[in-house]
Design a protein around this ligand. Structure first.
Ligand SMILES: *Cc1c(COP(=O)(O)O)cnc(C)c1O
Length: 406
């Protein structure tokens, strides 16, 4: 038997350890892993009542599993959302959130600086079903105002964005979107549920890739969608039930256990990221270092208004372009070259040749991604070791800088 949690509101670190937990009659301490595809009924009558919706009983893990439900409960409690559904990947979450809500003839407005696959869904997939998409520069309120002066169905945005850490004035955009008749879907991966609360800032739906900070240890993929009980049950749930983007109970369990340390990890990573942003800003090899909580960030005031921490990612431009960037990446001894993020291991990526290769040079230029841009996901190593690794790699990149300056 589970004791129920106290009625008073609990703080994030507590919810991450306790939220959503239900115990079996064995009274286990740790959340149980239900690796089962189906469930049995006491009788044909109970099966009938379950399918009719007059009895509550798990039916089939495509649309409900006790381990998955615990993860959904924990994420909903943390986000302050009425309901949550988790999916096999972050992209399955974005896809389900969009496709469950949209139909032919609808119009989507999105910020240009989206995760590559989200961009593809709007620019390439949705038009096949008669849904039009329009991209705006997320930081430019005038463009949002123009795009949302005609009716729209859905707004999708990411803030801060990948990889240039551009912010969107969410309360202002949400007000414009609602006036245009649109719901607002926010991809909150970079901020994590700890540093920014999109629902309190005017969003209707929040999506996550649980692959990133929530697992946070590079093991499994997962996604999450959070919103009102009505929207989740009436709009999203039938789509998930019948199309099957469901997460494995094992992966849900790994993420559930990952969440227990999310608070400790994200705050430690933020502290290191801020120190690294300061270190990079002082180096001659670095043209500019972007971090939302650095006073030099072009939207510093907005970041302070929307977020309670600067995040775990630092993006910077090396003088000397691709040659310097590659020398730098190859000279790192501790930090790995990898396109994942939010991991306990610090990771760097060169967006122009990897995550943002497919969008082409023109779109990269519009987003501010240069051949010298590096995205650093700050992990949990000792920050002094990370700074020494970065310093040595910048020294190695220096030769290319000198040549580029000639
Ligand atoms: C990683 C990521 C996704 C996609 O998540 P997957 O788990 O890789 O499918 C979507 N949006 C953002 C911002 C991401 O970083």
């Amino acid at each position: 038997m589970s004791k129920s949690l106290p009625e008073r509101s609990l703080r994030p670190a507590t919810l991450l350890v306790r939220g959503g937990t239900t115990r079996t009659n064995h009274d286990e301490t740790s959340e149980a892993l239900f690796l089962t595809s189906g469930f049995v009924y006491d009788s044909a009558e109970q099966a009938e009542a379950t399918f009719a919706g007059t009895a509550t009983h798990f039916q089939y893990s495509r649309f409900g599993n006790p381990t998955v439900s615990m993860l959904e409960g924990r994420l909903a409690a943390l986000e302050g959302a009425e309901a949550c559904r988790v999916t096999a990947t972050g992209m399955a979450a974005v896809h389900a959130a969009l496709l469950s809500h949209l139909k032919a003839g609808d119009r989507v407005v999105a910020s240009r600086a989206l995760f590559g696959s989200c961009h593809w869904i709007i620019s390439t997939l949705l038009p096949r079903y008669g849904i039009t998409g329009e991209f705006v520069d997320g930081a430019d309120l005038a463009q949002w105002e123009r795009a949302l002066s005609t009716p729209a169905t859905l707004v999708l945005l990411e803030t801060p964005s990948n990889p240039m850490l551009e912010l969107v004035d969410l309360p202002a955009v949400a007000a414009l979107a609602h006036k245009a008749g649109a719901i607002v879907v926010v991809d909150n991966v970079f901020a994590t549920p700890l540093l920014q609360k999109p629902l309190a800032l005017g969003a209707d739906v929040v999506v996550y890739s649980c692959t990133k900070h929530m697992d946070g240890q590079g093991r499994v993929l997962g996604g999450a969608i959070l919103g009102t009980k009505k929207w989740v049950e009436d709009v999203l749930q039938p789509f998930i039930r019948n199309t099957g983007p469901s997460i494995s109970a094992f992966n849900a369990w790994v993420i559930l256990k990952g969440l227990e340390t999310l608070h400790l990890r994200v705050h430690a990573m933020c502290r290191s990221a801020a120190a690294i942003a300061d270190f990079l800003a002082e180096r001659v090899e670095v043209k500019r270092a972007l971090y939302p909580f650095s006073a030099s960030h072009p939207q510093y005031a907005l970041a302070q208004r929307l977020m309670s921490g600067g995040g775990t990612i630092v993006t910077f431009d090396l003088a000397g372009g691709k040659e310097a960037a590659f020398r730098f990446c190859n000279a790192l001894r501790l930090i790995d070259v990898s396109n994942n993020l939010g991991d306990s291991k610090s990771l760097v990526t060169h967006p122009a040749t990897t995550t943002h290769m497919r969008i082409g040079a023109e779109e990269r230029a519009r987003l501010g991604i240069t051949d010298g841009t590096i995205r650093l996901s700050v992990g949990l190593e000792d920050v002094a070791d990370l700074i020494e690794d970065l310093a040595e790699a910048l020294d190695a990149a220096g030769g290319a800088v000198a040549r580029a300056a000639e």
